[in-house]
Write a protein that binds this ligand. Structure first.
Ligand code: GLU
Length: 425
């Protein structure tokens, strides 16, 4: 096989946007989505790629690739995070942007979908380099972003710190003060209480809703959480607070199992003092990272990377319930294996919609200039997530399909109205 063919075959296998289209097509067929609407959604509305020259600490200029893809704006301005990671590329950003369209529609938010990213290794960059890179990106995207146009937020490798720099740069170049142009900001500059924990909170609410349908009591249930960043650590903490025994945790540095339960606050404290990593944690036995997803548990939360549940390990999963905290953790080829095993899978576009739901609340608060209490944020979040879960659960029953395809159907039913009502040229 020539190198080109090998690369193409590899790229083909890895295409995340194709994974989105595979699910879109399956849902479209079941619900009889009009081919015209499907065609609109197969083609992202806008794709921007920029070169970002940044002065590194060693005095040399390094050029980074930056992306922003707006997938759709039929239900409102586009919304979605910005990720800093080495695997960022046009295909991945396009897939993540499409997922944001579906996620916002499932959560019933007045938004379309977008995603951005910079190809970089943030863990190997200084704070100054990251600040210059973030500001360069904001400047390059000044005409894409807008409080009523396209609203970014954090994603993998970014947090409130980057949002603050991007907001500041955006305000400087536009000469305005528009805090709602970006969400996931620190509280002091217009962030929302509850936003930081929101994605993990959404995972918790979806888990409890699914367990209830399955007739299981949280106190009799064990869970494994893969990923210990913003999503995984809050999800593990909140699930434990609801009485679920967390038996496995892991991040990119190490994985752990303890059948008697892991002290999650202790693990969070440990990671906080250990460069935000779990390596060296003593509250459980260290296991291989490949063992974590297939270890014994009732609930599995993949809360880190995409494409981790594949044809190679799906048949070995012991959980009865998978709640996808990450975006795209399951490959389309693994879906039928999970369905055949009668594992219920709460899909990413529902399970991790808590983050963007509280981003929406942040944007509403910024527009009103009036800020809510954490209790108000949390109770509105929980209500929205429970409604979204029920809508998807009911569609799964109505269409006799998996929750994943039902979530796409739920989203497409809404987006179809937007496309049809707004019309075309
Ligand atoms: N990056 C998060 C996601 O994938 C949050 C997006 C947002 O808040 O706009 O859902």
């Amino acid at each position: 096989m020539s190198t080109t063919t090998a690369n193409t075959a590899h790229a083909h296998e890895q295409s995340m946007f194709e994974a989105v289209l595979a699910r879109l097509d399956a849902a479209a067929k079941l619900m009889n989505l009009s081919e015209e609407v499907a065609q609109v959604l197969r083609n992202p509305a806008k794709q921007v790629k920029v070169a970002l020259p940044v002065m590194m600490d060693n005095g040399k200029i390094k050029v980074f690739e930056g992306y922003r893809t707006v997938h759709s704006t039929h239900l409102g301005p586009s919304k979605g995070g910005i990720r800093y990671a080495m695997d960022v590329n046009a295909d991945e950003v396009m897939a993540l942007a499409a997922w944001m369209s579906f996620k916002c529609a499932v959560a019933n938010l007045p938004y379309g979908g977008a995603k951005g990213g910079i190809k970089c290794e943030p863990r190997e960059m200084s704070v100054g380099e990251l600040e210059r890179l973030s500001r360069a990106y904001a400047m390059a995207m000044k005409d894409v972003f807008g409080v009523n146009r396209d609203i970014p937020a954090p994603d993998m490798g970014t947090s409130g710190r980057e949002m603050a720099w991007i907001l500041d740069e955006y305000n400087k170049v536009t000469g305005e003060d528009a805090p709602g142009v970006i969400t996931g900001k620190p509280i002091a500059i217009g962030g929302s209480l509850g936003r930081d924990a929101a994605t993990g909170r959404g995972v918790m609410v979806n888990t409890l809703a699914a367990l209830k349908k399955m007739g299981l009591e949280p106190k009799n249930v064990t869970a494994v959480v893969q990923g210990f960043g913003n999503v995984g650590s809050h999800a593990a903490r909140l699930l434990a607070e609801k009485g679920i025994k967390i038996v496995g945790i892991g991040d990119h540095t190490a994985s752990f199992y303890n059948e008697n339960g892991i002290d999650v606050p202790a693990a969070i404290d440990y990671a906080a003092k250990n460069n935000r990593t779990l390596k060296g944690f003593k509250g459980a036995t260290e296991i291989k990272s490949s063992e974590l997803l297939i270890s014994k548990c009732d609930v599995l939360v993949p809360g880190a990377l995409q494409n981790v549940i594949t044809v190679d390990n799906a048949s070995l999963i012991q959980a009865k319930l998978i709640v996808e905290g990450a975006n795209g953790p399951t490959t389309p080829e693994a879906d039928p294996i999970i369905n055949d095993k009668k594992i219920i899978c709460v899909p990413d576009i529902l399970a991790n919609a808590g983050g963007v739901t509280v981003s929406y609340f942040e944007w509403v608060q910024n527009k009103a200039g009036y800020y809510w209490t954490e209790e108000e944020v949390n109770s509105r979040h929980d209500q929205k997530m429970e409604q979204a879960f029920d809508a998807v659960w009911n569609n799964a029953a109505n269409y006799n399909t998996s929750m994943r395809i039902a979530a796409y159907i739920t989203a497409l039913q809404k987006i179809e109205q937007g496309v049809k009502l707004k019309g075309a040229y």
